[in-house]
Ligand binder design. Sequence first.
Ligand code: NAP
Length: 286
Amino acid sequence: MAKTVAVLGTGIMGSGMARNLVEAGFDVTVWNRSPEKAKPLGDVGAKVAENPEAAVVEADFVITMLFDEDAVSEVMERALSAMRTEAVWIQSATVGVDAVVRLAAKANQAGIAYVDAPVLGTRQPAEEGTLTVLAGCPTELRPAVEPVFDAVGARTVWVGEKPGDGQRLKLVVNSWVLSIVGATAQAVDFARSQGLDPAVFFETIAGGGTDCAYAQLKGKAMIAGEFPPAFPLEGAAKDASLISDAMQAVGTSPVLMEALRVSFEAAADAGHADEDMAAVVTAFHV
Ligand code: NAP
């Protein structure tokens, strides 16, 4: 019999993940706070639930793909007591390291197994099922969760066994991603402000040792001034804050991340919160 997966949160990432789970043969139930984002998944074979409790009641696996810790905590406050005790909670939102301790404690209290599984990749990899899953997962749960990870991702990195191991690596990777985007925005504005065509900057680095596909991609959006969201700027600001706090806690200087956080927050406050994080370029011109 097909295993049942509930996906709570069908925004940019959760909707792609839910589609791929349906395609992989799972029985999928979805729930989203704003129902219009969950409804289209009904057309591809998912059940659309009216509330989180109804979504999880028969699930073998419950995936949370909500914005942040507060959202995950609020929703799971309702869902945990409705879950079957054999079910596994796969927490994939980027919530940071401290949050995992609190969320895993809630799961523990409810007698539910908790797997820390943030993902790398944005809208397109989520839609194509080519995410990279960063798993903090007890060895004994690996065989159970592996088919779920294989449905949403091209690769799983088994980082460690503890809740938080996946989030730790996720924050490291995102510190790199946010830095590339910030540095690209800085170069675009610096070129423009000196009267240079920023496209010439990208042509100049192309194919050389400092070239970077991600900088080329985000640079195109910055030059065009078009920011359809793949990684929303509000999420980048949230992640910069989580990364900065985690750096301070372990003794890594957050000076660069703080500068990025301020820039992402300024662009969000200027009205770009729901646009792609490439819109941070707007904060670089003073
Ligand atoms: P998104 O499209 O903005 O979706 C956010 C989801 O969270 C929506 O379903 C939203 O519901 C829900 N939500 C927010 N606050 C809520 C609350 N208080 N109660 C219930 N639901 C709430 O974001 P996304 O890009 O899919 O990101 C989801 C998670 O994945 C985030 O943790 C993000 O950092 C992480 N992530 C994103 C990317 C990326 O490139 N986009 C990559 C890797 C990881 P509504 O629709 O009702 O607003």
